[in-house]
Design a protein around this ligand. Structure first.
Ligand SMILES: Nc1ncnc2c1ncn2[C@@H]1O[C@H](COP(=O)(O)OP(=O)(O)OP(=O)(O)O)[C@@H](O)[C@H]1O
Length: 255
């Protein structure tokens, strides 16, 4: 396997609570890797550590063999490692199109000095960003709501827009945290097929935390089961479902 992300012996405690316990995982390049586990298993904590928003106590994280353990979220963004976030409150007053156009870093148009010095360059870049944003809206099937305020979109459309935001940069690895929550079944289908297309057509690698087992089953291979801050097992969803220890100890009849 050719890992794009390697988590090596990472530990994290909150006060006296050891939440991540010498945990190691590998995410294969080009995979859609799922991460499941009972409440409190440490999934979000591990995500936050990988995404650079929470410091680990010990251990190392590599991306394509390069040490990214101490990178900030901004540095990771520039390296193509992104995490989807809910559309922040301030962005809910912007249209879907504007939300996408906000994403690219280092936009010349945002720099007053360059606006004044190189107006034609800024206009060209604005046009380019707009063209890309329209393409992304088309890809995620949201063209019909491009001028709608993001705050007025349905839960599922917001999730699609969040996914679209990752397409405005050259993402390589996308961390998805519970994207299925609150999304109706029809839009969930759209979301799943868009994730698959991004994976297949643009080569995105995904690491997905999800409680929705249907979504995990449709999308993810392999699936990592986290329990008490450690990997309990890793395998196909079938192997996970057929592992009596996993089922009995952690999921009851949920699988
Ligand atoms: N900032 C924090 N301070 C103190 N304890 C925390 C903090 N963040 C998480 N925890 C604790 O760490 C443990 C793991 O939480 P985490 O959110 O990583 O689990 P999870 O697997 O994502 O759970 P869920 O499926 O419920 O989202 C929990 O007991 C939680 O209460």
């Amino acid at each position: 396997m050719n890992p794009i992300i390697e988590v090596k012996n990472v530990s994290k405690a909150f006060g006296g609570l050891q939440v991540i316990n010498n945990c190691s995982i590998e995410v294969a390049k080009g995979s859609i890797t799922g991460m499941i586990g009972p409440n409190g298993a440490g999934k979000s904590t591990l995500f936050n550590i990988i995404a650079g928003t929470l410091p680990e106590d010990s251990g190392q994280i590599l991306m394509d063999g390069e040490d990214i353990t101490h990178d900030t979220p901004d540095q990771l963004f520039h390296k193509g490692l992104l995490r989807t976030f809910q559309i922040a409150h301030e962005f809910s007053h912007m249209t879907a199109l504007e939300n996408l156009m906000m994403v690219p870093p280092d936009q010349e148009g945002e720099n007053l000095f360059s606006t004044w010095l190189k107006p034609s360059l800024v206009r060209e870049q604005d046009a380019e960003v707009r063209r890309k944003a329209l393409e992304v809206l088309d890809f995620i099937n949201l063209s019909h709501v491009k001028n709608e305020l993001a705050g007025n979109l349905s839960g599922g459309q917001k999730k699609l827009l969040e996914l679209g935001r990752t397409m405005m940069t050259d993402a390589r690895v996308v961390l998805l945290d519970e994207v299925a929550a609150g999304v109706n079944r029809t839009l969930l289908g759209d979301l799943v097929s868009n994730i698959e297309r991004l994976n297949r057509e643009l080569g995105y690698t995904f690491l997905v935390i999800e409680h929705d087992m249907d979504m995990i089953a449709r999308l993810c291979d392999p699936v990592i089961v986290l329990a008490q801050g450690q990997v309990m097992m890793q395998g196909t969803i079938e192997q996970v479902r057929n592992n009596p220890e996993v089922v009995e100890a952690y999921f009851g009849n949920a699988l």
